[in-house]
Design a protein around this ligand. Structure first.
Ligand code: IVH
Length: 682
């Protein structure tokens, strides 16, 4: 290929990929398969690497994330980024409507929109290309987070059509609930504290230093405002249609309302309907539609006079704070939990509420015996949002966060920049040891199901196991006859667990079977901080054995894809502990897989993040072999077809129901041969 041809091909691929991106992410209507898309992207990446001089500023390859930003540049907003006046009262919405109409002197038309609960962002396009993305900051100046925002696939890097003037659009970046829950599960897996709600997760993501990490966060956006004039545009509604045509994501859940009645109908419909949205909203925004009227009404120092936000009331109740309990997790993080006098909230009885950390306790200034307000908002567990000071008993003392571990008495430590206190006694603090053992036997790790449901706790309490290697030294006689009564929970009977012959045999068999678990999962099972399932796979395939990983230097670790400084440091620290080295040697002695087997060696990540449903009979492989190949190449097997399935891999005699479902959902059905091509076997 001549440089001239390469330049042409780069341009062509950039354009085409952009079109497919828009079809896929904004219109939700892909016209090519993910596979075809990935192949085009790969071709573009290779060409750009060879001919960096031809890479276009809006290249879709930027979606995977640019280099680390050490510090965000502060940028002054060309138009200040104001916030909206908030109200929780219908009366105040009426006051707002009356004020506007009085000032205008005639009936006014409004646009009602959803109030997205995320982080505000300002996007600047020049010559049709996204050149800057800035956070709200203090409204006058914000942080330049362009490289992070470029990874969000629903934000176009180039506008559709040929709009060349400078365009500034404002909107919200948020994290849909499903992605948020998945992210939190992954964080808990690697011992990171979960985010309290999707808003915090979105805000945290957009401020990360590594755009490659941001690219992995499931962020989305809606645009809702243009702070300057647009050609031929007289109303806010038209402005939204204008930017929608340029490829920006604008919600369809917008209503033009002429009367107060219509506005309240919109509010009430969404107060109910928001439960069915895939993302959180915290209210409704009501905006004057005509831009000339907006200009006439003008601004106060902080807010436009032509718009108001009506915030939904989170369901809130008052109850008594009985006590605060401190829980110690697998990583030693100490979480304060409030025990409350049971109270009904949003249809469930609430007895406990999260207090997150010492700072929050101090901020709220809650005291034992206080009447506290409890809310269920976007959070998973209800939270205490305030104290009814009028009902505070005289002499109630401020809560002092514990200084010593409630489980082992070790003095707690707080790392710089972290909100949580930790118990540093990781080798002898019971919940930390039990937590690590539970993690070791869990399904995605060694999958020793027969030790689940509290059995591991019994073994620990009886002094039989302290670290995972002890499991492999258990005998029939150690286990037979063990018993424990589990106290009754609310509305339950007490349970007795006793180890009879069958249980003991199952346990021993489960432990024996775990010796076949492949090395990547063993590495994950060890519970090294920040080494979740994916990181464990990457490390295992790169270093191939625990010995090679153990002797890897910091520099050797950080060159591995997706391994950052934090992970590298954590791995090195883990191997510095003599007790860990001793445990590995004992695991080795018992035959646990501490290196990749020959056939596991040839793997790659080409199917990373893709989910497959395998159906039918195949010519060259058994169904199990196909499933194994999918996993080996980084993909995931799922049992039933849903909109989230990426491919259906169909052999002969695929069920007609599955076929119909895949077709209806537009999921590509691929053959054994196409699959082999994907992973480079054909
Ligand atoms: S309009 C000048 N529309 O709510 C008016 N804001 O305090 C600009 N928000 O900072 C804002 N959904 O982050 C507008 N449909 C919507 C919105 C919205 C959420 C956020 C935005 C703003 C805050 C208002």
């Amino acid at each position: 290929m001549t440089p001239e041809e390469a330049k042409k091909r780069i341009e062509q691929l950039t354009r085409e990929l952009q079109r497919h991106n828009y079809n896929y992410y904004v219109l939700n209507n892909p016209v090519i398969s993910d596979y075809e898309y990935d192949m085009m992207l790969k071709e573009l990446e290779e060409l750009e690497k060879k001919y960096p001089q031809f890479k276009l500023p809006d290249s879709p390859t930027q979606r995977v994330g640019a280099d680390i930003t050490k510090e965000f540049k502060t940028v002054k907003h060309k138009y200040p980024m104001l916030s909206l006046a908030n109200t929780y009262s219908e009366g105040e919405v009426r006051d707002f409507l009356n004020r506007v109409e009085k000032a205008v002197g005639s009936p006014v038309e409004y646009v009602c929109e959803l109030k997205y609960d995320g982080v505000a962002i300002s996007l600047i396009y020049n010559n049709g290309i996204l050149v800057q993305a800035v956070t709200r900051g203090d409204g006058i100046q914000g942080d330049d987070v362009t490289n992070n925002v470029k990874t969000i696939r629903t934000i176009p890097l180039r506008l559709l059509g040929d709009y060349k003037d400078e365009l500034e659009v404002r909107g919200e970046i948020f994290m849909p609930r499903e992605g948020f829950e998945k992210l939190n599960r992954e964080r808990e897996e690697i011992g990171e504290p979960p985010f309290a709600n999707p808003r915090n997760a979105a805000a945290g993501s957009i401020k990360m230093q590594d755009p490659k990490e941001v690219a992995k966060r499931p962020l989305d956006n809606f645009m809702y405002y243009v702070p300057h004039d647009l050609p031929g545009v007289e109303t806010h509604y038209q402005a939204l249609q204008f930017i929608k045509k340029l490829g920006l994501k604008v919600s369809n859940n917008i209503a033009l309302c002429k009367t107060e009645k219509e506005i309240f109908e919109f509010i009430n419909d969404w107060d109910e309907g928001r439960k069915n949205l895939p993302f959180d909203i915290d209210g409704i925004v009501i905006k004057v539609n005509r831009i000339d009227i907006q200009k006439k009404l003008g601004y106060t120092a902080k807010n436009p006079r032509w718009a108001i936000a009506y915030k939904f009331k989170a369901e809130r109740v008052e109850t008594v704070l009985l006590s605060i309990e401190y829980q110690v997790g697998r990583t030693g993080a100490v979480t304060p939990v409030a025990n409350l006098k049971p109270v009904l909230l949003a249809g469930t009885v609430v007895k406990r509420a999260s207090l997150h950390n010492a700072d929050i306790i101090a901020q709220l200034d809650v005291r034992i015996g206080d009447y506290v307000f409890v809310e269920k908002g976007g959070e998973i567990i209800p939270k205490i949002v305030g104290v009814n000071l009028e009902k505070r008993k005289p002499g109630a003392k401020p809560v002092k966060f514990i200084e010593y571990c409630p489980e082992c008495g070790t003095k707690l430590v707080r790392k710089e920049g972290e909100a949580a206190y930790y118990c540093p006694n990781e080798d002898a603090c019971p919940p930390q040891i039990k937590g690590k053992l539970e993690h070791f036997i869990s399904r995605k790790a060694m999958n020793i199901e027969s030790l689940g449901e509290g059995k591991i706790e019994i073994l620990y309490d009886k002094g039989l196991v302290k670290d995972p290697a002890d499991l492999y030294e258990l005998t029939y006689d150690d286990l037979y006859g063990l018993e424990k009564v589990i106290p009754a929970g609310e509305g339950e009977k007490p349970r007795k667990i006793s180890f009879r012959e069958k249980t003991v045999k199952n346990i021993l068999q489960g432990i024996e079977n775990s010796k076949k678990v492949p090395f990547p999962r063993v590495l994950y099972a060890l519970g090294i901080r920040y080494v979740g399932e994916t990181v464990a796979k990457k490390l295992a395939y790169h270093f191939k054995s625990i010995d090679a990983l153990k002797s890897a230097s910091f520099e050797e670790l950080v060159v591995v894809e997706d391994i950052g400084e934090k992970i590298a440091e954590s791995v090195i620290k883990w191997f510095e502990k003599p007790s860990h080295i001793d445990m590995i040697e004992r695991l080795r002695k018992h035959g646990v897989q501490l290196e990749l087997k020959e056939e596991e060696n040839v793997v790659s990540d080409v199917l990373e993040g893709k989910s497959f449903v395998v159906s039918g009979v195949f010519e060259r492989h058994s169904r199990d072999e196909i499933k194994e190949l999918i996993e080996k190449y980084g993909g995931k097997n799922v049992s039933s077809i849903s909109s989230k399935t990426d491919y259906v891999l169909a052999g002969d005699k695929m069920g007609p129901v599955k076929k119909e479902k895949a077709e209806k959902l537009g999921i590509p059905i691929i053959s054994e041969e196409e699959f082999e091509k994907m992973i480079g076997l054909a």
